[in-house]
Design a protein around this ligand. Structure first.
Ligand code: DX5
Ligand code: ZN
Length: 218
């Protein structure tokens, strides 16, 4: 399978949202990465349902939603109705993670689990066969534009080993501080999909930046 690029809309120009969504549609990108923050689980509030609705109205690619909210069970059906294809919840925000995962799948979406930088891979041992994707945070969630945490490479390798040992095909997605400097190494150690926010949208030519990232990793 080809390796995937998921531009994070958090770094888009919200005054020109349709333009930026069309840019992603017409680029080599694979997914739209959608960061939902509640100001409680993370110290920032991003955007919510009306903005996601405006995005999905124009988006023609997979909608990859990353929930940085407490008690995400309350909104599973809402995100399914809004057109999410993948719904990722944080391990640290779910008391009954297995139940949450089953509810996401029952609502017709692929289920992902995100891990904060301090959370070890081992906590996934008993859930890895039930999930479609693991989102490894390579920054502390809450803000775009932070620097990449180097310990991420080791975690990806550990997760890759767990996935192979468990004989499952869970995807590994990496989120935070991704650039053309670390993309290749992230794929080499086992990542399948890379989120890139600032590096794409703050560049002079986002379409070319996406094409470059895509060629680096494939
Ligand atoms: C951080 C978000 C990321 C963020 C990545 O909490 O989960 O998806 O948008 O942005 P960059 O690529 O700028 O680190
Ligand atoms: Zn994210």
């Amino acid at each position: 399978m080809s390796k995937l690029i998921a531009p994070s809309i958090l770094a888009a120009d919200f005054g020109n949202l349709q333009r930026d969504v069309e840019m992603v549609n017409n680029s080599d990108a694979d997914w739209f990465h959608i960061d939902i923050m509640d100001g409680v689980f993370v110290p920032n509030i991003s955007y919510g349902m009306p903005v996601l609705k405006a995005i999905t109205k124009h988006a023609k690619k997979t909608i990859d939603v990353h929930l940085m909210i407490i008690d995400p069970d309350r909104y599973i059906q809402t995100f399914a109705d809004l057109g999410a294809d993948i719904l990722t919840v944080h391990y640290e925000a779910c008391t009954h993670l297995h139940r949450t995962i089953q509810a996401i799948k029952a609502a017709g979406m692929k289920a992902g689990v995100a891990l904060n930088p301090h959370t070890p891979i081992a906590v996934l041992e008993d859930i890895i066969n039930d999930i479609d994707l693991v989102l490894i945070m390579s920054v502390n969630p809450g803000f775009g534009g932070q620097s990449f945490i180097e310990n991420t490479y080791k975690k990806i390798q550990q997760l890759k080993n767990l996935i192979e040992f468990s004989e499952t095909d869970t995807l590994i997605e990496v989120d935070g501080g991704v650039t053309d400097q670390n993309a290749n190494k992230l794929i080499e150690v086992g990542a399948d999909a890379l989120v890139a926010g600032s590096f794409v949208f703050k560049s002079e030519d986002p379409t070319a930046t996406i094409a470059n990232l895509k060629s680096i990793i494939n």
